[in-house]
Design a protein around this ligand. Sequence first.
Ligand SMILES: [Zn+2]
Length: 181
Amino acid sequence: MAIREILTVPDPRLRRKARPVKKVNKKIQALFDDMLETMRAAPGIGLAATQIGVDLRLIVLELPEDEEENPLAGQPIFMVNPELVSARGREEEQEGCLSVPGYVGYVERATEVTVQGLDRHGRPVRIDATGLLARAFQHEIDHLDGVLYVDRLKGPDKLYRIVEAEEEGEESGGEEPPAGL
Ligand SMILES: [Zn+2]
């Protein structure tokens, strides 16, 4: 496994539409291992292959274990060729991206989604996701289409720069910034 460089804006490779994976083989599995290691080191809770400059439809997600309401929390989810099958509800929430460091935005997304694709062994998989996991799936699938969350903001007032505690000169009393995706 190896930690890859995460591309950041305005790298044009973040704007490419990734190609579908034809065959899930050892190369893909090795790529998934690198993606997981890179995501954990960032640290983040989601990563698309596009973000490490790989032009293939692959995503990795891993919610923190304390996301108790989510049965898939604390275990990595690997998906090849993920597709949004259906989406329900709308909610505006804070979102951050490993490729847009230093910023968070308020983004409207579906609250519940059904996603299908292949797992890391090439077997078909279908996941019903809610809350943070649903948001993370939508964010990562967007990456595969060259779309960033900043494209989905309703206005410039929805984007905020993260102010580090040190810069404030005292402990930050505010909310923790959202985990990177
Ligand atoms: Zn992102």
